[in-house]
Design a protein around this ligand. Structure first.
Ligand SMILES: Nc1ncnc2c1ncn2[C@@H]1O[C@H](COP(=O)(O)OP(=O)(O)OP(=O)(O)O)[C@@H](O)[C@H]1O
Length: 365
């Protein structure tokens, strides 16, 4: 299956507002692409346009050389002719059909002969590990099992593209974790291209091969998850991806306090630039004696929040509140003063774009 390409795609539902603006996006063959962003940013609209459930107001959508939508040429291919499988948040199984019959349903519609139907349904249910419950009814399954049956129903028709809209949002935390691993495995085994909509950055980071972050109908960054985390394109991505989020300190015209302290460090570096904002991830903050040539400051401990495997610490550094995330126990109590320093700083310009990143590991400081 070739790449899916969106070129200058826009969608307005009328009234002058655009849900998606001038979107250029390529989903590579075999990718697991997550469309990530806050509520209302245009993720679902983008997915529905790829599926053919919505028609773009402008632009072109193609799979390889095959044009599915072209507003300029007046071309539109309906959903059932696109060869894509869809699973939405409410994956409605037929309550009066057994699990096996639910999965066979789509094949029956496609006039697949009975023996092949049975074999394909069983293979799909085996892939999602629900084969033992094949003869039960949906009401006799857990939420996670029902979700897997919905996936099997889609997989049985052998789609080369799977479009998933928040399919894990109805599940509890444990099942979500399990299903993330399952989806990743299914992606690898089936070789299908997956486009997955989520507002949960952890879901995107853990599953995707490529993440497209959107905000207000516009693509903010397209990158591999760890690259996006390490090198966010702009302030929006930097603050959206990561939990607790990156703190970005505004430098302002005559910076004092923490902003002044950070700026003095940045300016002292070779090739020092003049950022409008300096970002520090909570997990980049360290405590104790700083190694040479790093930024460090005294920090007042305001609160310690242990979570079993990690410790979140709320600090006041000069005039600013910062969060630190540590994976080793933090031996301190509220009111203590610790020295904190950072492994990494992201520098953002006036326009919000990332100018550069200072990494202790890279500069060997
Ligand atoms: N059928 C529709 N008619 C009018 N406006 C719509 C329609 N569907 C979506 N919109 C608007 O388009 C914008 C983008 O919506 P969309 O559902 O694509 O966002 P989303 O990122 O998927 O959000 P969510 O995570 O909340 O589903 C929103 O402002 C929404 O109100």
């Amino acid at each position: 299956m070739p790449n899916i390409t969106l070129r200058a795609v826009a969608k307005s539902y009328g009234g002058g507002e655009y849900a998606v603006k001038n979107l250029d996006l390529t989903v590579p063959d075999g990718a697991f692409m997550c469309l990530l962003g806050p509520s209302g940013c245009g993720k679902t609209t983008t997915l529905r346009m790829i599926a053919g459930l919505e028609q773009p107001t402008a632009g072109t959508i193609a799979v390889g050389d095959r044009i599915l939508d072209s507003v300029a040429q007046g071309l539109y291919v309906p959903p059932e002719k696109r060869g894509m499988g869809l699973v939405f948040q409410n994956y409605a199984l037929w309550p009066h059909l057994s699990v096996r019959e639910n999965v066979e349903f789509g094949l029956r519609m496609r006039k697949v002969p009975a023996a092949e139907r049975r074999a394909r349904a069983e293979a799909a249910l085996t892939m999602v590990h629900v084969d033992a419950a094949m003869d039960r009814y949906p009401s006799q399954l857990s939420g996670g099992q029902q979700q897997r049956v919905a996936l099997a129903r889609m997989l049985a028709v052998n789609p080369t593209v799977l479009l998933l809209d928040e399919p894990l949002s109805n599940l509890d935390a444990r099942l979500r974790l399990e299903m993330r691993a399952e989806l990743k495995r299914i992606h690898e085994e089936s070789g299908a291209t997956i486009v997955f909509v989520t507002h949960d950055q952890l879901e995107a980071l853990t599953m995707a091969t490529d993440v497209a972050v959107m905000n207000e109908g516009e693509l903010q960054q397209l990158a591999a998850p760890m690259e996006m985390y390490a090198r966010p394109a702009n302030r929006f991505v930097a603050e959206f991806v990561g939990s607790p989020p990156m703190a970005i300190v505004d430098i302002g015209p005559s910076p004092g306090g923490l902003a002044g302290s950070l700026l003095r460090f940045v300016e002292s570096r070779p090739g020092g630039c003049a950022p409008a904002g300096v970002g520090i991830r909570p997990e980049a903050l360290r405590f104790g004696a700083p190694p040479g040539s790093v930024w460090s400051e005294e920090a007042l401990v305001e609160a310690i929040l242990p979570a079993g495997s990690s410790w979140t610490v709320r600090l006041r550094v000069r005039d600013t509140e910062l969060y630190a995330l540590s994976y080793i126990p933090v031996e301190a109590a509220p009111g203590d003063v610790l020295t904190c320093w950072t492994e990494q700083m992201h520098l953002f310009g006036e326009d919000g774009a990332r100018m550069s990143t200072w990494d202790r590991a890279e500069v060997g400081a």
